[in-house]
Design a protein around this ligand. Structure first.
Ligand code: ATP
Length: 352
């Protein structure tokens, strides 16, 4: 168990290229599950590998439990890394694979077995222990890889897209288990993913990266309700936040087709180029309000996504399952004023 800190960490691979990680600072609490989230190539794996000791930062400091680990061998950092590929030894049984890190320590065979059995029980894989990796499904292999990380009782778990090889159902199931397990073990975990839904469901806090730079760090509710900028607004949420270019007219924001929305009170009223953000559930389909044309209806079982157009602007509205307007018909949109988010279009930053 340990606090993890990144302080102004930089990493550049090729002399000419853009830095993979730019000035990353994070303070991860002891026992926290922090998710590093971002699109492919944003630097999240590099950030994790620097914590593991598989890459060294060019600048900045990384500390575990208050002590710098920069320059220390991976084996001396007391962290356990689980990858997308399970990296199990094919010639060893699941039991021997899990036992492997314990063999390197001065621990009696009986104690090793006790620990392996305990972890296997925790992950529901006791019956698989005699099998070799080739005799296990992908999901089972991933559990063995997780067990091998857990049995070490490291100070920090590092997870690099560990669930991506699993099918959708197993992935959701394993995600829930992993979250419960992390809470029970109270071990700090840094989890890398490009999947925003996975990040939302797992994290205590999410750190969102783009092009090597931290965009926002906050709880899933924070980043969903109050995205710090347009990048986060579009990256978090499915369907993503609707973005509308608007101009200000006194207390009103005017969008395409003359759609008028109340301007939220912000500290800075000077910006002229504004973008409004509206979550799909912040718009209601009713009998009064802005007229919109229905383009398509996507029934998803528990909800319906209604694709509409206001002038040229396409929007997605989240509605109750029974709402089924006809494509081509006209509906009216009402907006919850408290749910309107406002961004400076030129910088992309949110007004709070
Ligand atoms: P993905 O989800 O695709 O794994 P990522 O967010 O984890 O992406 P990184 O793997 O950290 O991104 O890569 C960040 C940037 O650094 C990318 O532009 C990548 O091409 C580059 N990069 C990563 N590792 C190396 C390396 N060993 N040598 C050169 N460039 C690298």
């Amino acid at each position: 168990m340990a606090r993890v800190e990144y302080e102004d960490v930089w990493k550049q691979f090729a002399a000419q290229g853009a830095p993979a990680v730019r000035g990353l600072s994070l303070d991860i609490a002891d026992g926290e599950l922090l998710v590093l989230l971002g699109p492919s190539g944003c630097g999240k794996t590099t950030a994790l590998r620097m914590l593991a000791g598989l890459e060294e930062p060019d600048r900045g400091d990384i500390r575990i439990a208050g002590t710098s680990v920069v320059g220390r061998e991976p084996k001396d950092r007391d962290v356990a890394l689980v990858f997308q590929s399970y990296a199990l030894y094919p010639h060893l049984s699941a039991r021997e694979n899990i036992r492997y890190p314990l063999k390197l320590r001065k621990m009696s065979r009986a104690e090793q077995d006790k620990r392996v059995d305990h972890v296997a029980d925790m992950l529901g894989i006791a019956h698989l222990l005699p099998r070799r990796p080739a005799q296990l499904s992908g999901g089972e292999q991933q559990r063995v890889a997780l067990a091998r990380a857990i049995v070490r009782e490291p100070r920090v778990f590092l997870m690099d897209e560990p669930l991506s090889n699993l099918d959708a159902k197993l992935r959701v199931h394993t995600r829930t288990e992993l979250k419960t397990l992390q809470r029970q073990l109270e071990t700090t975990m840094v989890f890398v993913t490009h999947d925003q839904a996975e990040a939302m469901s797992l994290a205590n806090r999410i750190a969102i990266l783009s092009a090597g730079e931290l965009q926002q760090i906050g709880t899933p509710d924070d980043v969903y309700d109050h995205p710090a900028n347009l990048f986060v607004a579009e990256f978090i949420g499915s369907p993503p936040m609707n973005l509308l270019e608007v101009t200000r007219d006194g207390d009103t924001l005017v969008a395409a087709d003359g759609w008028r929305l109340p301007a939220p009170l912000t500290r800075d009223h000077s910006a002229r180029e504004l973008t409004v953000g509206l979550r799909p559930e912040a718009i209601a389909i009713g009998t009064a309000g802005q007229a919109a044309e229905v383009v398509a209806v996507e029934p998803l079982g528990s909800e319906v996504i209604v694709d509409v157009r206001v002038g040229e602007k396409a929007l997605k509205v989240r509605a109750a399952p029974a709402v089924r307007p006809q494509p081509g018909s006209t509906v009216h949109l009402a907006v919850e004023p408290g749910a309107i988010r406002l961004f400076d279009r030129s910088s992309g930053s949110a007004f709070h």
